[in-house]
Design a binder for this molecule. Sequence first.
Ligand SMILES: Nc1ncnc2c1ncn2[C@@H]1O[C@H](COP(=O)(O)OP(=O)(O)OP(=O)(O)O)[C@@H](O)[C@H]1O
Ligand SMILES: [Mg+2]
Length: 222
Amino acid sequence: MIEIKNLVKKYGSGDNEITALNDVSLKINPGEFTVILGPSGSGKSTMLNMLGGMDRPTKGGIIVEGEDIAGFSDRQLTDYRRTRVGFVFQFYNLVENLTVYENVGIAAKLNNNIDKVAECIKDVGLEKRMKNFPNQLSGGEMQRVAIARAVAKSPKLLLCDEPTGALDVATGNKIFDILKRYSQSDDTAVVVVTHNPDIVYMADHVIRLSDGKVISDEITHS
Ligand SMILES: Nc1ncnc2c1ncn2[C@@H]1O[C@H](COP(=O)(O)OP(=O)(O)OP(=O)(O)O)[C@@H](O)[C@H]1O
Ligand SMILES: [Mg+2]
């Protein structure tokens, strides 16, 4: 479903040029729980940003459902981000003056999924907190809201950048369980960047990056 072909991403120019991704090729399938591991600076976030259409590659292709998003116009890329990709970040990025219901609602509206909001919140176990504001929730609860928000638009691709980076181990494991559950739906690919190698046991696909290159790419379950 998603194929990255000879992807290169450079930042800056001249003496300041940094090659964040250096000829990366890989495939990601729907129904897969993909984990990306690698040291700080190895290009993990850059890779997610490329997949999510938040930035453009310097070279190479990103084929999503038969279309190369690297060749998309700004408008097509905006539409791609809004409707086809869900994002979950380390620090949740919730809108502080909107309730849980409203935070999830604004994302759901992008895909005319407003009828799904309550169900998405229930799926992460927060049905009793719909009217609360983010600052009334724990970190783990805020991350569950962020996940509900990301999946409320029924994305093809759910991209998570260190989703448990600010949580304790037990709470983080609950978040991973929720993400794993979403990956089991046939039309969603879940890609998680993490520093936690313990999570490899629940992955279907493990990609290791080092210095902008793929150093291993393994399908671990099938
Ligand atoms: N917008 C940018 N401008 C300049 N350099 C950048 C930019 N984004 C990333 N880089 C550089 O690209 C390299 C890869 O960064 P990236 O954020 O992808 O690493 P990472 O694997 O996500 O690291 P971490 O685990 O610390 O989050 C780093 O050297 C970083 O400084
Ligand atoms: Mg990063």
